[in-house]
Design a protein around this ligand. Structure first.
Ligand code: ZN
Length: 312
């Protein structure tokens, strides 16, 4: 999400989304098939700055606390034999370096070279970059599409995909602009997880009205990729939906009850792709059970959702 979008939505949009912002008793999410614990959601005011869970011995997920950012973004750490990859660094002010180094040390990989890459360049995904600025053997990939394409070997952006070899673990990097110009998803064949950033997650899928086609084309390319690569789960940048289908949290609380699970099944790719394919003449704010399409004007002054992308 952009800071502009944040300001817009916190002042204008959420009130009009009240139909989706229900105050009913929280419905608990079903047990996770991926994570041992429910994610911290700000219930404990003293919860740690990051909640860390492992998927396997070489794959870790860090959630920034809702107490430090309403975005509560998720960061992903993948270990290979030669280097580690950190996908995203959190929201502004995040300091995930100690967490990352602790995980490397605890898993017997202290000092492993680190690549810091991002699903996209929005502030809630690159906010902790400075934490790694003076870390030895660390590369921080830039935030533009050109930076990412150059690093992972993409000649034709966004049509081609790139790759990053961590040593015994080679991930695919799929350009997926639409939410943001430099957006990528990362596919890990070891876990069969697609790290889907803010393009697909259980929350509000934000895009500027005239980017719907670009977003849809990105999803179509990922759907093609999925024809030849098994995707068990999609793990995105945030959770904003409630476990109650079609309902989302606002941005005003530091504690949440009844969050949707972070992970979406591989079939969610088809659900989101179909939602974009069904937009019609213009995109409008539309809730679905596990996500919400949230198109918005680049300059929303004087306009109101859900039909604020409608041509004049
Ligand atoms: Zn985000």
């Amino acid at each position: 999400m952009t800071r502009l979008t944040n300001i817009i939505l916190s002042t204008m949009l959420l009130a009009s989304l009240s139909a989706c912002e229900t105050r009913e008793a929280a419905i608990a999410a079903p047990p996770s098939a991926v994570f041992a614990q429910a994610w911290n959601a700000g219930i404990d005011p003293d919860e740690p700055a990051f909640h860390v869970q492992e998927i396997d011995a070489n794959t870790f997920v860090l959630r920034q606390s809702l107490r430090t950012s309403f975005e509560a973004p998720f960061l992903y750490l993948l270990l290979g034999e030669d280097k580690a990859l950190l996908i995203d660094t959190g929201a502004e002010g995040a300091d995930p370096r100690a967490e990352v180094d602790n995980l490397l040390a605890a898993s017997g990989h202290a000092g492993l070279p680190l690549v810091v890459m991002h699903t996209h360049g929005h502030g809630d995904h690159v906010g902790g970059d400075a934490s790694f600025a003076d870390r030895p053997d660390t590369i921080i990939v830039g935030h533009t599409a050109e930076d990412v394409a150059g690093f992972v070997g993409i000649d034709q952006w966004p049509e081609d995909s790139g790759a990053l070899d961590l040593g015994g673990r080679k991930v695919d990097v799929l350009p997926t602009p639409g939410h943001h110009a430099s957006h990528v998803m990362v596919y890990d064949p070891v876990t069969r997880i697609l790290f889907s950033g803010d393009a697909i997650y259980p929350g509000r899928l934000y895009f500027v009205c005239d980017k719907a086609g670009e977003y849809a084309a990105s999803l179509d390319r990922v759907a093609d990729f999925a024809q030849t690569h098994q995707i068990d789960w999609l793990l995105g940048g945030h959770v904003e939906m409630k476990a109650a289908a079609g309902h989302s949290f606002g941005q005003d609380g530091k504690a949440r009850r009844g969050e949707h699970l972070l992970e979406l099944p591989g079939s969610a790719l088809g659900d989101v792709t179909a939602a974009f394919a069904g937009i019609g003449d213009y995109p409008r704010v539309t809730p679905f059970p596990e996500f919400m399409l949230l198109p918005h004007p680049a300059d929303p002054a004087g306009m109101s959702p859900p039909d604020w992308c409608k041509p004049a």
